[in-house]
Write a protein that binds this ligand. Sequence first.
Ligand code: SF4
Length: 287
Amino acid sequence: MVYGSWLMAVGPPHVVVGRSAAFAYHRRVVVFPEPYPGEPLTVSATLHRTYIMCPQQALGRLLGEYPKETVASFKGSLAHRLFARHLVKGPIGEDDVAGVCREEIGAGLNAKLSSIGINKPSQLAPVLSEVGDLYQRFRKFPTDGFRSAEVALESEPVAGVTLRGSVDAVFDDPDYGTRLIDWKTGTHLDDAPVQLAFYAMAWAFEKGDVPGRAEAVSVKTGERITIEPSPSSAAETAAQVADMVGELRKTFESGEDLERTAGPHCAWCPLLDDCSEGAAAVKVTRS
Ligand code: SF4
C-alpha cells in the first residue's frame, strides 16, 4: 500500500498536491481495474478513508458497525445544512440563524439529535450558538462561481462496484474549470487528500471529466488543503479502490480478519471493545 506516504506529504496551512499549472481535462477516460470477483459493494469516500486508516475498521463498517453519533458530528451535519442553504438561497440573517437551525433539524436531523441525548431546549441552545458562530465564519468565504451544493455522485465503473459520494459544493473556476469543495467544521484535515482524491475520481466516472481542483476547507480556522487531480491520479485512486474491494471480497470468502492499524483514531472505533491493538493504542494516547 502506498497510502501512508501520500498522507505524510500534507501539511498546513495551504497545501497543493498534484499538478501546478491550470489545465482542464475533458472527457478523458479513467480506467477502473477489474477487482477480485465477489459480492456487490458500494464504496464511499468514508469507507475508502477508513480502509486506509485501518482495514479491519472498514470491514466492520461493511458489517454494520458504525461510529456513534457525537455532538461534534451533529454540529457538523447541521452546519453543512446551513452552508448549503446559504449557497443556494442566499445569506441567513443573524437573528434568523437559530430559527433556520430548528427548521433544518425538523427537516432531517431529529433522529441524530435524539441519538446524542439532546432533548431539552437548554441542551440545544449551546449547540445552536456554536453552529451559529461557524456560520458567521462561513459567510466570509467568497462564493463567486458557485454552481451547485450537495451534489450526489453515483456510478458503477465496473459491474458490482458502486462509487457513491456527496460533494459539499461545486464552483466554476476561471483557471481550473470545475472546483470541488469539502467544508470541514473541525480542524482535522490530515486525511483530506484521500477524501478529495476519491471525490475527484467519483466525479470523473460520473461526469466524464476530471475536476481541475478539489479543496478541503476548515471553516473554523480557514486552513485549506488543495489537490489538483489529473486522469493519472484519478486512475491511481481507482486502482487503490479496486485493490480495497478485492481485499474485502477475499475476506468475505475466507471469514478472516483484516489488518488492524491502531492509532489515536481507535478512540472512536466501534470495534474498540473487542480489539486489543486498539485498546493498547488508546491507553498510550490517554497516558
Ligand atoms: S480499534 Fe483501532 S486497530 Fe482495532 S479495529 Fe478499530 S481502528 Fe482498527
